[in-house]
Every structure is written in C-alpha cells, then in structure tokens.
Design a protein around this ligand. Structure first.
Ligand SMILES: [Zn+2]
Length: 421
C-alpha cells in the first residue's frame, strides 16, 4: 500500500531548510527543537535508513545539528544505528540511521454504511493487520453497530498485542459529520442516527481501548490524503459519496475546521428549498436529493441495496452507467444537477483551484462537469472565466482510512521524542 509514499511527507520536509541549529542542546526553543526532530524522523520515514550526511543534505539542517538531533532520538530509543556500509569506495565506513519504531503501531477504525474496518500499520506504513465485519445496517439503532465496531477494535488490539506493539495513535473514522466536545457523530444519514457518542460507546464495550482515541469524519481526512498527492494546489474543494455525502475545504493547504468542526459538511447544505426532511433537522439537504440511497432507488437498484448492501449496489450502479443503462444514467444525471448546484454555491464562496469528487463519484464526473459548466458567472465581462477544474479522487474507497493513518503518522513525527512513551 502507499502509506509510505514520500509525497505525503513533503508538507513536513519541504520547509526543512527552516530553523537549522548547530546543536540540539543549544539554547533554542523547544518548539524549534521539536520541529527539527520531526524533520529528521520524517526524512527517515520517507527515505529509509540514511547516513547523517544524507540527512543533512536532504533536510537542509547542518551536519552538526543532525548529529545532535540523532543523538537525542537514539537516546530516546526512537532511532538506531543499523548497518555500516562502505562509503563509495573511499574506504571510510558509513553508519546508517533508521527509526526504531518496532514496538509501536498506528490504528485506524472505519465505520461506514456496510461494515466496520480496522487497519493497523507500522510507522513506515506497512500493513500489520486488516479486518472488517459487516453490521447489517440496522437503521436508527446505534447499539448493535457499536457492538460490531467494538469487536473489530478488540481484534485489532489483540493483533497489536500479539505483534508486541503499543497503539501510539488511534483514530475512529465515521462516514458522517462529527462535532462537539467531546466529539460525537451528528446525523449519520446512512444509519439514521441522530447524535451518537461513538467513542463513549466503544470505551464502555472495550475497557482496554487506548484513551488517545479521536473521532473524525471521513471526508476531511480523505481530502487531506488526496490533497497531499497533488502539487501546486493550495485551495481545494472536496465532495465525496460512498455512504452519504461528505466534504471538506482546504484553503492555503490547510483544512478549514470551523467553530464546531463541522465545516465542509456539504451533504447537509439545504439546496432544495422546502424539500424532504433530513435527520439533521433541516429540509432539502443535498443528501436528500443526491444521496446514494436516493440515486440507487431512482436507478432501480433499491432491491440490490437491500440485498447486498451499499458498496455492492453502488458498484453495480457505476457498472450500469458505464454500460449506458438508461435508468441508471438518468438517475445519476438528475443527482448531478444537484451536485453541480451545490458546487455553484461553494465555488463562489471559496474560489478553489480544484474541485475533487471522491468515493463512487470519482468515476462519474462527466455529468457534474456538464451541469456545472451550464451556469457559470461572467466576471467583469472577461471570458473565458478561469473555472475550477473538476477532478476525480485517486485513492478509491480507502481514502479516509489512508488519510487517518497518514495524519496519525504526521502527528507522531511532529513530536518524535514522545512516540515511544
Ligand atoms: Zn441534513
């Protein structure tokens, strides 16, 4: 898998010519030292075992700084000298350094409309364990769904323990908006939930759950993961649909979270005036006119949804549209008008360079592009108006899971001395 892609680390290492210091023990602020420790650790995740001079050349830190920082990391058990190789025939042996993160692991859990999934990875991104269990989608009843999620968590914790690894970071990703403090699910339209305290429910069921758990909506972490693979894009609007409809805004390379962590919950933009009631309390939300259940029903795939679950039904929908099935195509084109209308509002609000469609929408951008282009403003009489590009997400159904473990790795590397504690 692509967890150790260097591209994701570029946000961390690209600024690495920043505050270089001559000695990690000098009178530099803790923040600068932590920043530089993170640069060294990130470099090693991206590049594998490296010599001190390779690290210095690759990060812009001075050789003396790298030596001092490496000593701090080695003393803390985060780094170890691995092998000695000949230095290009110069006869002088070269010591390589690598991260000694063999006793920690990153865990992400994902809850979607069909199943609960656990992904356990090493700091370098290798998959250690992956497990999923279907929950059968009992609508409006969180308890049996949390039972399944708890079982999946139990299995992952047992796998980590069996591998002798401590969970250094745990994220629970839900395909629904998340807000509040402590963070809770707000209106999961796929499961007909109102407000649900997922972490509280898990903690009650799994006494051994690490107390570091965080809850995240799927779209923001998926958007960050997708955005990290683009170059030169500062402002990006992201909309995805697998279960429900989620979204995120990235401005100047940063996620906009909002006062309640709800920024980007575009599935609940009330685009259809006086439309159908949504579980969030509003009427006419985007999800009520373009959500997966609505599209599947209109495409004649309600029975498939009932029988084989959402993932399978959406795969069938995509197949039918690809083979020009009339009913499926019409259902998607109708929904695409609502998606485009939402994009008209959002692009005038944010003025992004790129609009990215993820989830099953990634393969169906054509009708959205067409509907979007049909109603664009003329700014100051100039044509052509430089429209945002509508592109497809590249990470598929794993975008949110990958985003969660990549974000976790960034957090750990930002404060590497505490990684092993
Ligand atoms: Zn709503």
């Amino acid at each position: 898998m692509g967890v150790c892609e260097a591209s994701h680390m570029s946000t961390q290492t690209s600024g690495s010519s920043g505050p270089a210091i001559d000695s990690a023990n000098s009178l530099v602020s803790g923040d600068v030292r932590r920043h530089n420790l993170g640069i060294v650790a990130s470099y090693l995740v991206s590049n594998g075992p490296s010599s001190r001079s390779q690290i210095a050349d690759g990060t812009g830190l001075t050789r003396g700084a790298v030596t001092a920082l490496a000593k701090l990391l080695t003393d803390a058990g985060v780094l170890r000298a691995t092998e000695t190789v000949a230095d290009g025939g110069k006869g002088r042996p070269l010591t390589l350094l690598e991260l000694a993160a063999a006793d920690i692991a990153i865990l992400a859990l994902q809850l979607d409309a069909d199943q609960a999934t656990a992904l356990l990875v090493s700091l370098a991104g290798d998959t250690l364990f992956r497990f999923a269990e279907h929950h059968g989608r009992p609508m409006g009843d969180p308890e049996p769904v949390l039972d399944v999620l708890a079982r999946v968590l139990d299995r992952a914790l047992a796998a980590a323990a069996g591998a002798g690894r401590r969970i250094a970071d745990l994220t629970v990703v839900v395909f629904a908006p998340v807000g509040g403090d402590p963070a809770q699910v707000i209106a999961d339209t796929d499961l007909a939930w109102g407000t649900v305290d997922v972490l509280g429910g898990l903690g009650k069921r799994v006494p051994g759950m690490p107390d570091i758990a965080r809850l995240s909506a799927d779209a923001p972490v998926a958007a960050l993961a997708e955005h990290s693979r683009l170059t030169g894009v500062g402002d990006m609007l992201y909309l995805k649909s697998n279960s429900g409809i989620g979204g995120a805004m990235i401005v100047d390379g940063r996620l906009v979270e909002g006062a309640h962590g709800l920024a980007g919950a575009f599935g609940h933009l009330p685009v259809d005036h006086d439309g159908a009631q949504c579980p969030c309390g509003q009427r006419g939300c985007l999800v009520t006119v373009a959500g997966p259940d609505v599209v599947l029903e209109a495409a004649g795939l309600g029975g498939e949804l009932e029988k084989n679950g959402l993932t399978s039904a959406l795969a069938e929908l995509t197949r039918r549209i690809a083979s020009a099935d009339e009913q499926a195509t019409a259902a998607w084109e109708e929904a695409a008008i609502w998606v485009a209308r939402t994009l008209h509002i959002l692009t005038m609000s944010l003025d992004p360079q790129v609009v990215m469609l993820g989830g099953y929408w990634a393969g169906l951008t054509g009708p959205v592009r067409k509907a979007f282009a049909g109603n664009r403003p003329i700014i100051a009489g100039t044509q052509p108006w430089d429209e945002p590009e509508i592109v497809s997400g590249q990470l598929g159904d794993d975008a949110a899971l990958l985003g969660a473990v990549w974000a976790a790795r960034d957090r750990l590397l930002q404060d590497p001395l505490h990684m092993n504690t």
